[in-house]
Each structure stands twice: as C-alpha cells, then as structure tokens.
Design a protein around this ligand. Structure first.
Ligand code: HEM
Length: 241
C-alpha cells in the first residue's frame, strides 16, 4: 500500500512555477496586480483629463497640445513613438486589470459558502457588482471613444489633425454627449471604489486611515468626473463652439 502511494505521487505533483506566477495565482497577488495596474490607469486618466482642460484655452492651444503628443520624445523617438509606447502600456495594464478582476470574481464565487448572508457581505457584493458593471460600461465607452475621437470612424464630421473641431462637432450630437456623460459618471464611481480598494490592497486598511482615504478617493473621483462631464456640457450649452 505504502509503495503504491509513493509510486503514484510524482504523477499528481504540482510543478512549482516561479514565485511571481505563484503570487499572481493567489487572491492577494491578483489584488496587488489590480491595485498597481489601477494606479497606472488612474494616473493616465488624470493626465488625460488635465490635458483636455486645454480645450478651454482655445482651438490653437488645444490642437498644439494634440500635436505635442505626436512629437513627444523627439528627437530621440520618431513621431508617435512615445504615444505608441504609452498605448502599449495602457493595453497591457487594461488586460491584466480585467484578467485579475475576472479571476478574482470566479475565485470569490467558488469560495462563497451557501447561505452566507452577513451585512458586510451584502455591502461587499454591492460594491463589487457596481465595479463589475462599471468596468464593462467603461470598456465599451473606451472602444466607442477611440472610434469617435481618435480614428473618426464613429464621428459625423471628422477632420484628421483638427482635434478641436472634432471635439466640438462630436459633442454637438446630443446622444454622443449623453454617452460621454453616463460613461463618465460610471467612471467616477469606479474610480472612487477602485481608489479605496487600492489603498486596502496596498496595506492601508487600518480604520485610522479611513477619513484620509475617503477624502482622497472622493476628491480625485469628483475632480476627474466633473472636468470630464464639463466638456460635452460646455459644447451643448454653446460655451465652446
Ligand atoms: C469627456 C471626456 C473626454 C474627452 C473630451 C476626451 C478626448 C479625447 C481626444 C480628443 C482623444 C484623441 C486625441 C488625438 O487623437 O489626438 C482621446 C483619446 C483617447 N481617450 Fe479620451 N477623452 C475623454 C475621456 C476619456 C476617458 C474617460 C478615457 C478612459 C477611461 C479616455 C481614453 C482615451 C484613450 C485610450 C484615447 C486614445 C489615446 C491615444 O490616442 O493614444 N478618454 N480622448
């Protein structure tokens, strides 16, 4: 009997992967990946919003800023070199963010004991569900947004290189503006919950940090949401034309 057990053992033995793969397989590893990719995505969204605020300084400045994004890194990098690098990093971050989120959801579902119904669990599920639906809405929005303002395929009057014109004529279509407003409200909630969980995943989960964390998450989510929503509203009200 003993001999049989030792003979069978090597066939079922789990092959040890490198520590980084092992870490990513664990729930805590996936949370860390979500926090790190989330911080990167959040930083980019903040800079994107700050760059778009240039629209309020006029067509010339806004178009010059768009041109700067193309020549950024010159003469070391060719035109669009830095832009392509950032786009690649964004794609990698989005990929891992969604992969870790999906795998965590599956792990949570498998681990959920039947009949478990405490208050924390209900609150946790509510936030998690909001995050999942928010994530899907944001992903669909980004696909629409790139087809709309980057490639112009979903734009009624796209002019290559005239970003200000594309911005104004794009938002003059009321339903396109409505899509931006709804998606950015979803983004605001996602950022708020996401920043909060990011702090917890990075170890700041003691109650004494709560007020500070709430202020930071609320402040940043509000600034990004209000600024982004102001763009379609400014066009619809005729403030930008
Ligand atoms: C109302 C708010 C927003 C405005 C006015 C806006 C404006 C723009 C414009 C004009 C471009 C094209 C730039 C160019 O071709 O030179 C662009 C690209 C892009 N935007 Fe936005 N954006 C907004 C919100 C967002 C949000 C919330 C996200 C992500 C969640 C996002 C993600 C992107 C991405 C990924 C690109 C392509 C980046 C690239 O060209 O490398 N944008 N945006």
């Amino acid at each position: 009997m003993m001999q049989l057990m030792t003979a069978a053992a090597p066939a079922t033995r789990h092959v040890r992967a490198s520590w980084i793969v092992e870490f990513y397989r664990s729930a805590i590893g996936k949370k860390a990946v979500m926090a790190i990719t989330g911080a990167f995505l959040f930083g980019w969204i903040f800079l994107h919003m700050a760059g778009n605020l240039k629209v309020y300084t006029g067509a010339e400045h806004y178009n010059a800023y768009a041109q700067f994004l193309i020549t950024m890194g010159a003469p070391l990098l060719p035109n669009k070199g830095a832009l392509i690098l950032v786009r690649t990093l964004l794609l990698i971050a989005v990929w891992f963010h969604i992969q870790a989120a999906t795998q965590l959801t599956i792990m949570n579902r498998k681990a959920r004991p039947v009949g478990y119904g405490e208050r924390d669990f209900v609150a946790g599920t509510y936030a998690a569900r909001t995050m999942r639906w928010g994530g899907v809405i944001i992903l669909l929005f980004v696909i629409y947004h790139i087809g709309h303002l980057t490639f112009g395929k979903l734009h009624p009057d796209y002019i290559e290189g005239d970003v200000y014109h594309n911005f104004v004529t794009g938002f003059q279509v009321w339903w396109a503006s409505a899509i931006y407003i709804i998606a950015n409200l979803a983004l605001g909630m996602h950022l708020y919950h996401g920043l909060w969980s990011m702090f917890n995943s990075l170890g700041l989960n003691h109650a004494r940090f709560n007020a500070w964390k709430r202020a930071f998450a609320t402040g940043f989510a509000l600034v990004v949401t209000l600024a982004n929503i102001s763009f379609p509203i400014a066009v619809l009200t005729g403030f930008l034309h």
